[in-house]
Write a protein that binds this ligand. Structure first.
Ligand SMILES: *[C@@H]1O[C@H](CO)[C@@H](O)[C@H](O)[C@H]1NC(C)=O
Ligand SMILES: *[C@@H]1O[C@H](CO)[C@@H](O)[C@H](O)[C@H]1NC(C)=O
Ligand SMILES: *[C@@H]1O[C@H](CO)[C@@H](O)[C@H](O)[C@H]1NC(C)=O
Ligand SMILES: *[C@@H]1O[C@H](CO)[C@@H](O)[C@H](O)[C@H]1NC(C)=O
Ligand SMILES: *[C@@H]1O[C@H](CO)[C@@H](O)[C@H](O)[C@H]1NC(C)=O
Ligand SMILES: *[C@@H]1O[C@H](CO)[C@@H](O)[C@H](O)[C@H]1NC(C)=O
Ligand SMILES: *[C@@H]1O[C@H](CO)[C@@H](O)[C@H](O)[C@H]1NC(C)=O
Length: 428
């Protein structure tokens, strides 16, 4: 029998919460602006699967990357998040407990829950650090299964409730499932989270004692940076003015990217575009893309796209992709190489992206224009420059992290907008 039958699930029908619904707590430091390194996960190279047709359905690029959650706001569509072990994924350091214990967790703008693997563990995935032992932390508290937070089906948990096999156990047991088959089951808890000089008490997180899936030894858990109430960003809420941002360096630079909390995005050329009304899930950062242009060619899109730090490529509707791809080809005046075993399409033979005579392409978001240059539109691969955009026949469309490179990108959950400022992220 499926373990789900062990749960009593309360289905409260309440309005979609806004991020302030989970009460933010006072930080112990006054200065709520802080910054952490985003560490690109080790990978030999970006891997595209499915053959170089350039028409890949979501998920075939990275089978480890889809997130499907079964709660009612999360099952409507499948979205890629930062959980890709294919070179597009970022880790961050996070310390939990008193005294603080440091972990390396995946920074994921495509999901909400913060969780780490805990002892005693029934089934944990391999990891380098010791498991978190909540009994050794003086500030750890278990959330009761009778509490409101455990019985709110708007929080993006796949399931949460009391374990009815253990009638004397008051712990809130949660399950979160990710589309690649990874899942975590554990006890919903609160504890102090610390970054360098900033401590945040009573952060809700999952203490996972049963994990299955692909989280490898580089990650001890996930830090959810989505827009939903349980995400780290929403929990810090007013303390960081509901703002976070990051600046992604080119992979070839070898310089770590930065993730900031509480900082405004400013600078020459900054544009802000509103978040589209979210009918399905508050987790994803969805913006409206009116059109894309290259030189004098303008292709209407009139659809929404998700800005996701964890998806490598940019996904466009197939018809838009075809037009854009032809315009790019015409603008650079080169013939793509014909080699189906490459797995990417199209690729142009060129020693360096600097040699590409590319006029740039403009993404016309509803709030303003974002200009992508060669390094945002192609990735270099052994004497080739391959187009970093692919076609998909079904939404969601995604503005991926190659396109986001060298922009300071800010998310403001209160103003409900995403901002882009062209920036040299290696010196940010
Ligand atoms: C990547 O691999 C190198 C060499 O094996 C190691 O020193 C480094 O810590 C790894 N980085 C991450 C983020 O795991
Ligand atoms: C609920 O408790 C039973 C009895 O200890 C245990 O076998 C089961 O794994 C628990 N369920 C979960 C989801 O932890
Ligand atoms: C977790 O994933 C494994 C493997 O995919 C699956 O067998 C198991 O039923 C899942 N557990 C839950 C609680 O969804
Ligand atoms: C774009 O249009 C302008 C005005 O019609 C024209 O002068 C220019 O040559 C065109 N550029 C290209 C690349 O076609
Ligand atoms: C966005 O694309 C989807 C799928 O192609 C389509 O069903 C929907 O109508 C589009 N939205 C708009 C505003 O065109
Ligand atoms: C590409 O190569 C394949 C196999 O070598 C060949 O069948 C096909 O005609 C080529 N296509 C073009 C456009 O040259
Ligand atoms: C095609 O690409 C593969 C993989 O990069 C490479 O090994 C092979 O030599 C290429 N073939 C041609 C004809 O260029």
């Amino acid at each position: 029998m499926h373990s789900m039958v062990n749960y009593i699930l309360f289905m409260a029908l309440v309005l979609l919460p806004n991020p302030s619904m989970v009460n933010a707590r006072k930080l112990t430091t006054k200065n709520a602006i802080f910054s952490v390194d985003l560490i690109r996960r080790n990978s030999s190279k970006i891997t595209l699967q499915g053959g170089g047709q350039g028409k890949l359905s979501l998920g075939s690029i990275s089978q480890h990357h889809q997130i499907t959650l079964s709660s009612k706001f999360y099952n409507v569509e499948t979205v890629q998040s930062a959980v890709i072990p294919d070179g597009g994924e970022f880790d961050m350091k996070i310390s939990i407990g008193t005294p603080p214990v440091e972990f390396t967790a995946i920074a994921d703008t495509g999901s909400d829950l913060i969780w780490v693997q805990c002892s005693p563990c029934q089934n944990c995935l391999g990891q380098q650090s010791p498991l978190f032992d909540p009994t050794q932390s003086s500030t750890d508290n278990i959330i009761p299964c009778t509490s409101q937070v455990c019985n709110n089906d708007q929080l993006g948990l796949t399931a949460a409730g009391c374990n009815i096999s253990l009638p004397n156990d008051n712990s809130c047991i949660y399950i979160v499932g990710y589309g690649d088959g990874t899942n975590t089951t554990g006890v919903l808890s609160t504890d102090t989270v610390t970054f360098a000089s900033t401590s945040i008490p009573d952060v809700t997180f999952g203490c996972g004692y049963n994990q299955e899936g692909s989280l490898d030894t580089n990650g001890d858990g996930i830090v959810g940076l989505g827009g939903g109430p349980l995400s780290f960003v929403s929990q810090l809420g007013p303390n960081i003015n509901y703002k976070f941002s990051y600046c992604l360096t080119p992979q070839s630079s070898g310089v770590n990217s930065k993730l900031n909390f509480g900082l405004d995005v400013t600078g020459a050329g900054v544009i802000s575009t509103p978040l589209a009304q979210e009918e399905t899930s508050p987790t994803y950062y969805r913006v409206t893309l009116d059109s894309i242009s290259i030189g004098n060619t303008s292709v209407p899109v009139t659809n929404t796209t998700i800005v996701d730090s964890g998806t490598t490529f940019t996904y466009l509707p197939s018809d838009v992709y075809e037009e854009i791809n032809s315009a790019v080809k015409a603008s650079i005046g080169l013939t793509p190489i014909n080699n189906s075993s490459l797995g990417y399409d199209p690729c142009y033979e060129i020693d360096s992206l600097d040699e590409l005579n590319f006029p740039g392409m403009v993404f016309h978001f509803s709030g303003g224009d974002v200009v992508l240059n060669a390094e945002n539109s192609f990735f270099p691969d052994n004497g080739l420059a391959c187009f970093a955009m692919v076609a998909t026949d079904s939404p969601p469309y995604i503005f991926g992290n190659i396109a986001q490179t060298n922009f300071h990108i800010g998310y403001d959950l209160q103003a409900q907008q995403v901002s882009f400022a062209p920036t040299d992220c290696t010196t940010f």
